[in-house]
Write a protein of this length. Structure first.
Length: 406
């Protein structure tokens, strides 16, 4: 007997996350290039980009709103439409003369875009079974990473053919249709709540319950560890000249090819059986990423950079999808403030990526390209060895974490 498919299907989340991925891709790829072309000094570009990216962490303060009053699908639509409106406002200001105002507006738009991430995470936790969660995690990362790398190239292509104002409207036009998809998702109204009255205490109880549960606590610590971060992604273009690769090569390898590799790697995560322990598969993904970094040490030739970078980005996509799968499982279907806890754990994973980038930079400062790649690979292999040792010594099996109330 055929059973009707439930809606939403896991692949829908690859579309819902696109606006956030596009915004992030613009900040890290197109924005620095356009500001440099406008004559903005590199140090000021660095400040503008770092401030523009802050909503990924400080947006956590808005996450509790997603768990009260409105449905998560409504907050998701607000985030998508807000991202589109923001692009129309700040795109015409890109340049040296309005740098401060432009940065402030991109930051404000990013805070609204944060609702896309928090609401999507909460919906995945509360909507899907364990088997579907793994697939949804793969699809959402494919959309995020693919859009993030391709959107920068799209913006640069548009800017070469039209004004910044027209480019902003075109960018928004690609986003707006996606804002209507959330309203097709069946979701019950949230339980009555007077916004944040008693909400902070409830969130504190959720975090305390997480800390008290050994398996959930272990998974959370793994997210904070230097494992499966893919931290060298942003540093690979900086060492491309070491392999004899120029600007056009980086654009094709790290941009177009990299976007496809990230998306394919994320989708491969859906092939992992849903009942395998996600802590071990997360660490194993980091080990695969380490092998890609080691491959880049083979020779200083363009072919090695091409193959190694594609290999690295594909395994990074796999790491990112396993990270989301682990976060969803830690949150659990019984968590009332699912979006808040999801955002908190996502911020923890982002924090680990930030400090590993810094450590990779130290490795480069002391030992050059080899130091960078060995530092990146070493942490992944060390963490995989630690996790595998714990599993073997404790006689653990490849099984799912229990739900929070188990």
């Amino acid at each position: 007997m055929n059973h009707p498919r439930r809606w939403p299907a896991p692949w829908v989340f690859s579309l819902l996350i696109l606006p956030l991925g596009m915004a992030v891709g613009f900040i890290f790829t197109a924005l620095p290039f356009l500001l440099a072309k406008a004559g903005v000094p590199v140090d000021q570009i660095a400040k503008a980009v770092s401030i523009s990216a802050l909503p990924g962490v400080v947006g956590l303060i808005l996450a509790p709103a997603v768990d009260v009053k409105l449905r998560r699908r409504s907050w998701l639509a607000i985030g998508i439409f807000g991202t589109a409106i923001g692009a129309c406002i700040y795109f015409p200001l890109i340049g040296a003369s309005h740098l401060v105002l432009m940065t402030a507006l991109i930051f404000a738009s990013g805070m609204v875009s944060f609702f896309v991430m928090a609401a999507s995470g909460g919906l995945m936790v509360r909507t899907f079974s364990a088997a579907e969660q793994s697939k949804a995690a793969a699809w959402i990362q494919a959309g995020w990473l693919g859009a993030g790398t391709l959107s920068g190239a799209i913006v640069l292509w548009l800017v070469g053919r039209m004004s910044l104002l027209a480019t902003g409207f075109c960018f928004a036009a690609l986003i707006v249709p996606l804002g209507f998809i959330p309203f097709s998702i069946p979701e019950a109204p949230p339980q009555g709540s007077a916004w944040f009255r008693g909400h902070v205490g409830a969130i504190g109880k959720e975090i305390f319950a997480l800390v008290r549960a050994p398996q959930r606590r272990w998974g959370s610590l793994l997210l904070l560890s230097p494992c499966a971060t893919g931290a060298a992604q942003g540093l690979l273009p900086a060492i491309a000249s070491h392999y004899g690769v120029g600007r056009n090569g980086v654009a094709w390898i790290n941009g177009i090819g990299g976007g496809a590799a990230l998306a394919i790697g994320a989708l491969c995560s859906a092939l992992v059986p849903a009942n395998w322990d996600r802590r071990l598969t997360y660490a194993a993904a980091g080990a695969a990423n380490a092998l890609a970094a080691i491959f880049l040490l083979a020779a200083n030739r363009p072919a090695v950079y091409l193959a190694g970078t594609i290999f690295y980005l594909a395994t990074q996509g796999f790491c990112a999808a396993r990270s989301i799968a682990l976060i969803i499982e830690i949150v659990g279907p019984e968590t009332q403030d699912a979006s808040t806890l999801y955002a908190l754990l996502n911020a923890a994973a982002s924090l680990s990526g930030s400090y590993v980038i810094w450590l990779d930079g130290l490795g480069f400062r002391r030992f050059g390209v080899h130091g960078l790649l060995l530092t990146d690979a070493g942490f992944n292999l060390l963490m995989f060895g630690a996790v595998a040792t714990i599993f073997l010594s404790c006689g653990l099996r490849l099984r799912r974490l229990p739900t929070p109330n188990a």
